[in-house]
Design a binder for this molecule. Structure first.
Ligand code: SD4
Length: 334
């Protein structure tokens, strides 16, 4: 009997509870090569769970409650992040977000479904709910990424409303910034509250989303990691999912979210995988002292992890009717 089958049989006779993923197992003679992956596989399906980056409890609780009512992970996260996209107080996502240095608010978003499908929009103006728009790209077009004016026109064709994203408050802050025009994204400030959200539903399926205005006062046309598959977000329904926040340029250079998921596939738990992905950035030299990057991750068993370069990062978690704020561990303790 191979090791996977042994575990499977033990669980079936021992508790009577077993996840479908284990029953599918690694039949077919690839035993050796899949051994690490086998260790990451859940023996028990977790109860529905939603996690998200930063202090996004309203969004995460909305998603968590939808999951508890039996909604799919994909539906729950798109509705969850919509709460923050519509929140004018949040200056890094949706309406009220910080503009580029020319005063244009441009948004990036992407989504991945449990079947490995992906959709994204880049540098979109005048549309609040860009995560829902990314889902439309995924489901209603033959493409995966749409950018700028084309994405905006597609949004109108799908019934999205044209809305002014620059609010009096964000315009006032931008005019103040123009006085110095000093582009120096502050750790945990310009990049605070961008939402990445990952969820597992009652069927055990995983989906993820990321929505942001990117870095405040970025150059016109700049796009970050958030809408790029494997960098800002990656979901593999067999293994788990990860999402990034912070200085997108650095996440892109290390294809961070894909890295976290592959590390989990190779046997790390979500916490270890997030830490290793941050260490890959640290190893490149001292520049990390000037920027923040953080990852959150979840595996198929519902275990979660989070890790950041600097202090000040939090992860929201909602499971079994219980919202939790998890203060993330971080690298730079000096
Ligand atoms: C970006 N990673 O555009 C995004 C910003 C972000 O928390 O996530 N901030 O670089």
């Amino acid at each position: 009997m191979n090791r996977r089958k042994f575990i499977q049989n033990t669980v079936l006779t021992g508790t009577g509870i077993v996840a479908g993923t284990v029953a599918l197992g690694c039949e077919g003679g690839k035993e050796g090569s899949n051994d690490a992956f086998a260790k990451t596989q859940p023996l028990i399906k977790p109860s529905p769970i939603s996690i998200s980056t930063w202090n996004t409890s309203s969004a995460n609780n909305a998603s968590g409650k939808l999951l508890e009512q039996g909604n799919s992970a994909l539906d729950a996260i798109i509705s969850g992040v919509a709460v923050e996209e519509a929140n004018e107080e949040n200056t890094t996502v949706g309406i009220g977000a910080t503009p580029d240095r020319e005063g244009n608010v441009t948004l990036d978003a992407c989504v991945m479904s449990p079947d490995g499908d992906y959709g994204a929009v880049l540098a979109v103006e005048n549309i609040v709910h860009v995560a829902a728009l990314a889902r439309k790209v995924m489901e209603e077009t033959p493409h995966v990424i749409m950018a700028s004016k084309g994405a905006e026109e597609f949004a109108y064709s799908q019934g999205f409303k044209k809305e002014k994203l620059l609010t009096p408050a964000s315009e006032k802050a931008w005019k103040e910034w123009l006085k110095t025009s000093d582009y120096k994204p502050e750790i945990n400030i310009e990049n605070h509250d961008t939402i990445g959200m990952l969820a597992i539903d009652d069927k055990g399926d995983i989906a993820g989303v990321c929505t942001t205005s990117g870095l405040g006062y970025k150059m016109k046309g700049r796009v970050g990691d958030s809408p790029i598959i494997g960098s800002g977000l990656f979901v593999d329904n067999e293994v788990g999912a990860a999402v990034a926040t912070g200085m997108g340029e650095e996440v892109l250079k290390t294809v961070g979210s894909f890295l976290v998921v592959e590390l989990m596939r190779n046997g790390m738990n979500p916490q270890e995988a997030c830490e290793e992905a941050i260490h890959r950035i640290i190893k490149k030299g001292d520049r990390y002292k000037n920027f923040q990057v953080a990852y959150i991750a979840i595996n198929k068993a519902g275990e979660t992890g989070s890790y950041a370069i600097h202090d000040g990062f939090t992860m929201m978690k909602h499971q079994d009717g219980k919202p939790e704020v998890i203060v993330s561990d971080y690298y730079n303790k000096i």
